[in-house]
Design a protein around this ligand. Sequence first.
Ligand code: AMP
Ligand code: MG
Length: 319
Amino acid sequence: MFGSNDHIGDEAHRYGTATIGDAVARLRSGGLVAVPTETVYGLAADSTNAAAVAEIYRAKGRPDFNPLIVHVPNLAAARNLGQFNELAMRFAELLWPGPLTLVLPKTENCPVAPAVTAGLDTIALRVPAHPVMRELLHASGLYLAAPSANRSGGISPTTADHVARSLGLAAPLVLDGGACEQGIESTIVAINGTDFRILRPGPVTAAALERIASKPAATTDSETIEAPGQMLSHYAPNKPVRLNAPSAQPDEYHIGFGPVAGDMNLSDSADLAEAASLLFAALHHAEASKKKKIAVAPITDEGIGLALNDRLRRAASPK
Ligand code: AMP
Ligand code: MG
């Protein structure tokens, strides 16, 4: 595909209990590998191998109408899979590598398995920035389909330990790269000609995209068609979640923010990026606590705060 590098089974490329060489061997034989990215841990497979892709859906218990993001090492590789117009090129050149996913028309000879795109004629593409994921992409020479490495609908993993806890016996080989820096899933943007729409808010803010595009994001009322996987209940702990709670009841684990101290605080200084990096860890912690319920302090609804509140609304939605 785009070249590979076979000399890397050694200790210098060990992350936790596995090396990059182990991971490449697993991926090439159609297996799954959990890998850190700057957003959350992904559950990766060769996107051109239909059986490997089916294994992702099975391990996660993910509904098959929910398409996967394909991770590639650079824009040149991305252009083998998706059709980039001028606006898509601008976003890619300015924001990749990074936590931005572009939804574009598939190329005519796009080699990914049909299940990756859930039968759509568009494909979601990202060039991640995390050094371990980048090493894996370069070493394997594969286009990697990788949703978050957790049971479908549950809390996303931002550490190797979260992966093991969520996937249990289905947990694959894990490359442990420590805690994810952004801690919240990529911003997903659909390109339609000269317009763009934000299908999922994330670390790349609407303001940043609008500056680059020199126009506002388009809005839509047909989200279900464009973003088939954006279920209302998602990222959900196994106990009730109450939002905008300045104080908590005795049976609630309180996730604080800024001046609302809580049992743990996402950011004392009300820094939204810091809060994003800790959000899923806080939900994991709250889920594991003895308290029967979870309450979350109000979080500023701007910038990355929009993405935090999007995840929290889904975490609080009835299943
Ligand atoms: P994740 O669960 O982080 O892998 O996110 C994947 C999400 O990307 C899905 O839930 C969809 O909402 C979105 N997505 C992936 N492919 C497409 C596509 N072709 N069109 C629209 N949305 C997509
Ligand atoms: Mg997910």
